[in-house]
Design a protein around this ligand. Sequence first.
Ligand code: ZN
Ligand code: ZN
Length: 402
Amino acid sequence: MKCLFVVADGAADRPCKELGGKTPFQAANTPNLDTLAADGVNGIMDVISPGVPPGSDTAHLALFGYNPCKYYTGRGTFEALGAGIELKEGDVAFRGNIAMIEKGIVKDRRAGRRDAKLFEKALKGIRIERVQGIKPVVKATVGHRFVLVLRGKNLSCGITDTDPHKTGVRIQKSKPLEKSEAAIRTAAAVNEFTEKALNVLKKHPANKNQKFKANAVLLRGAGIFKPMPSMKKKYGLRAAGVAKGALYLGVARAVGMKTIAPKKATGTVNENYESLARAALKALKNHDFVFVHVKGPDLAGHDGKPKEKVRVIEGIDGMMGKFMKLKNTLIVFTSDHSTPCSLKNHSGDPVPVMISGPGVRPDDVISFDEISAAKGGLNRITGLSLMPIVLDLMGKSKKYGA
Ligand code: ZN
Ligand code: ZN
């Protein structure tokens, strides 16, 4: 038995005024999801715990059965893994932006969304000299973004961001959040890197005659890398992950999945569902567990656009249509968190979850949405309970006792 595990990022919502009091899932026309819900078992899920709004990173760890309290240190490590950087235990990774500052004040956090690749070589040339034994690794990712990894002994992610997260204020100095030598060293290295970046970017030829000068770097989301047991080791599953965003590819890589980023996939509200479905079907041929990540609904939620979210959900339903004839395959469909359009942010509302396939005991739910799912046979579970249920249905669970 195989498992197709689809996560519609941030798709769960609250009743929307623009949709006559319905949630986007309720308002959307979703014949495929409804068929799967009718054949399957449904419920609602507190991905972290009741009332806690999950980040996408911690949420995905929990969905894959990895306790984020144990494994999560910061988003940076997943971004770095997703960017294809080979991390070593103890590396501290950051998300970075190229930015525009004037007299130390942040004017544009994204330097007009200029391409960080133009400045990658210059940033790669920076050496840390004031702190011993730390080597920086830089990789430009998408648009204005890049990843910085500090490699060396005795590092810590217990430090503050240099990114002030808003414009019109000073670029911050990183400070240790704990009294350890490691945190002091790491903060000093971050500040040295930032200072040297200002110097090399100031004179960078790509900034000549540009309206938006990429003359600074902003760092955030420090995380320290601790290797995790792979899904193969933990569950005996050969796993693959189909996604576009670096964060999701990174989480997938962290749990030992083979990662697939389809070329034509966009990771936007205008997704190429065909390419995601094709990649998933191909991966199912030689994997036991295939995770598919769809980003669009979360973006529509953050933009506060319920009608757009309905359109995205209908697109996802079309993609699910390609999976209806799969044999011997458990289909799991859920969200990593709610992103209510009314909040334009993640909320602690539980998400609907559905499992359909051989051996599943169906309930009376016949439509896939937050309200219907609450009446289903899974009742209300936590994110960490999902994988054990999936493993049991796949015949991969171990008996407890004699
Ligand atoms: Zn998310
Ligand atoms: Zn989000």
